[in-house]
Design a protein around this ligand. Sequence first.
Ligand SMILES: [Zn+2]
Length: 495
Amino acid sequence: MRALKNCLSIIFIILFCLLLTQALSSETRGVESGQRYDRLVIRNVVVIDGKGTPPRGPLDVVIEGNTIHSIRRARRAENAYQKEEHVLDGTGMHLLPGLINIHAHIHDSRADQPLPFEYIYKLWLACGITTVRDVGSNYDKTVEERRKSQEGLIAAPRIFLYMRAWGATPEEARLSVQEMEKRGGDGIKIFGMDRDIVKAALEEANKLGLRVAHHVGVEETDAWDDAAFGVTTIEHWYGVPDAALHGSQNFPSWYNYSSEDDRFRYAGRLWRETDPKKLKKVLERLVEKGVAWCPTLVIYEANRDLLRAMNQPWFKDYLHPAVAEYFKPNPAYHGSYQWNWSTTDEIFWRENYKIWMAAVQDFSRMGGVVGVGEDAGYIYMLYGFSLIRELELHQEAGFHPIDVIQHATGNNARILGMENKLGRIRKGYLADLIIVDENPLENLKVLYPTGVTDLKDGKLITKGGVKWTIKDGIIYHAPTMLEDVKRIVQKAREK
Ligand SMILES: [Zn+2]
């Protein structure tokens, strides 16, 4: 008898909970993942814009098709939304512009094994990324992917494709920039060229109105050249401290740049050799010339804490076996240099980070535009999750979370030349938005699609995560995207 009573009360509790959740979510209706509607109302949500201002709300944001139609105070009247067919209830949630990943690679393979585009795209969407700037991939394939994304044929972020210019002479570099424009490049990426060749490539790119991302390695050119020739962004960082040395870095005689273990080990000893006064001048010049900086702090994090990088909790369910294979130490793969990585290396790198982060902070204080990119698919960094980690590192560098959000939205849109269409929650802007269950300003970790653990009434709960990712007015249920990724990974592992 007692068992029956217990059983009945459990059933009653379950029914009650079901009714309660229905009542609470009753205002989310008429929405289905993967759809775009003529009119969609996101109601009663707190808005964090991409312009560096504090949250405001509760507001209603009305989307028509792929555009933000209006923003108004949330309605209080009981039947205010009765006539609306498609409503997303944002009660207790935060609405942000979709995150932009300014340094991405749409890899079609890793470790000589194919990698499905769907895997990367759904990781990005699950993490709230609605736009990526690809700075190196299989261009013909990516041009096609960009079209499919534009036309809403695939679940994927917007794609901007910056194609790499090449050339052993200035003339070849000019021709290659012209060729990349014809092939459909939205911009140009340059990397590993001598000064006169960089100059020629940039002259040609400026003539054609193409923006330029410079992965400035340890090479003949440095930040002074980027300022002089007019690049749009410095990717990563090497050329900044290089420009603040007197002469070259203090490399050992046996150092070989082509050996990646040498390269990354001694990169960890670069910032400490800079002359602070000269560094300040370098940063000032970059700001003066309007060169933005996309530091990709996250992609080097393994260097200061290898075990952390190797054991990220999302690897368990979401690390594709091809990517896992690529991450293993292997001289054949770029970025897979972690054999004999030492305590000493990590200590040098920790100091390296401190000086680097302070430089990024100084650059911003002087008026420089800082962007957010992940460079995932290398060095234990998983697509999407790494961009959220990059946000955390920007906070560690001393930025307020409001400014960190701006880096990934308003600033990145500016870098793309899309500041009048993307990166803000504003009438007439494209409807690229994310709805987050919790306040990311309180803890940026709530942006991880796996959420965060909290204690509620003595019990551990999981909360947070992006709930809806809206790209070009198409709404995607982020947890479903993540579930799809899990299935792709499971299937690949079975093989
Ligand atoms: Zn890259």
